[in-house]
Design a protein around this ligand. Structure first.
Ligand code: FER
Length: 247
């Protein structure tokens, strides 16, 4: 494992690179955590290990305001995350051992995967949104986020929900994002893995995304919650199988 920082216009992004043993060149998957998350969460580590087992190097990176990266949580927005992710993609494309590039992320990182997947479609062999929280932009437009309701026109300066504080800019930015446009721009293979009992991001959203993508596979994980607690093996198996099929 190599640990380092990727510079994003003066914002330091904390990153770790894990390469499978005994191979010189291999594919690489960028892997991003979710909202309030970080790269050491159990489901992120499980995904990283499964990908390594499948012969894929994994670049975990923490986005603005999260984990060991710069930035304040309350000031993060999806634009800032997109800007960070584009810099991580640039970094990954400069690594000379990499054959094919993949992008994956959990929840808000899954939403990011769908956005950047559309924006940089030709760069990715496939994308893997895990429990993607792609209802966030609609929630921002409708005034429903963090389990609370607010005025989506006259947005409160601070959203207080789930014991967190988030600046209004998070909502303003999310309101401008149209995930369907980026879904339509990605024609390659997509793997969605989603817990059927997820009570943070409903499973029905994964079914909707699977239908909208031209070439998506959905692996439902029966009995699993948002972070696949107690079901990490099913998540790992879905990832190993997907990468085996990519060979
Ligand atoms: C929300 C529901 C889910 C929300 C964020 C999430 C900002 C993200 C969850 C995650 O990334 O795990 O209402 O509001």
């Amino acid at each position: 494992m190599e640990e380092f920082y990727i510079d994003c216009d003066g914002i330091k992004l904390h990153a770790k690179l894990d390469r499978p043993e005994g191979v010189e060149k291999c594919p690489l998957c960028i892997l991003i955590h979710g909202f309030t998350g970080h790269m050491e969460e159990d489901h992120i580590i499980a995904a990283q290990k499964a990908m390594n087992d499948a012969g894929v190097a994994v670049l975990r990176a923490e986005m603005y305001g999260h984990g060991g990266s710069d930035g304040e949580f309350r000031k993060h927005t999806l634009y800032k995350w997109v800007t960070c992710a584009l810099e991580v993609v640039r970094y990954a494309r400069g690594l000379d051992f990499v054959t094919d590039l993949y992008l994956s992320g959990h929840s808000q990182g899954g939403l990011l995967t769908m956005l950047v997947g559309g924006m940089c479609a030709p760069y990715f062999r496939a994308i893997l949104p895990l429990s993607p929280a792609w209802m966030i932009p609609d929630g921002a437009r409708e005034g429903r986020l963090l389990g609370m309701e607010f005025d989506p026109v006259d947005i409160p300066e601070t959203l207080n929900g789930w014991d967190l504080q988030l600046d209004a800019d998070y909502v303003r930015v999310a309101q401008t994002i149209h995930v369907e446009d980026e879904i339509a721009r990605f024609n390659g293979p997509v793997l969605i893995v989603h817990g059927v009992e997820d009570d943070v991001v409903p499973f029905s959203l994964a079914e909707k995304a699977q239908k909208l993508y031209k070439n998506a596979k959905l692996v439902p994980v029966q009995g699993a919650d948002h972070c696949f607690v107690g079901h990490l093996e099913e998540l790992s198996e879905a990832l190993r199988q997907f990468f085996a099929d990519m060979k």
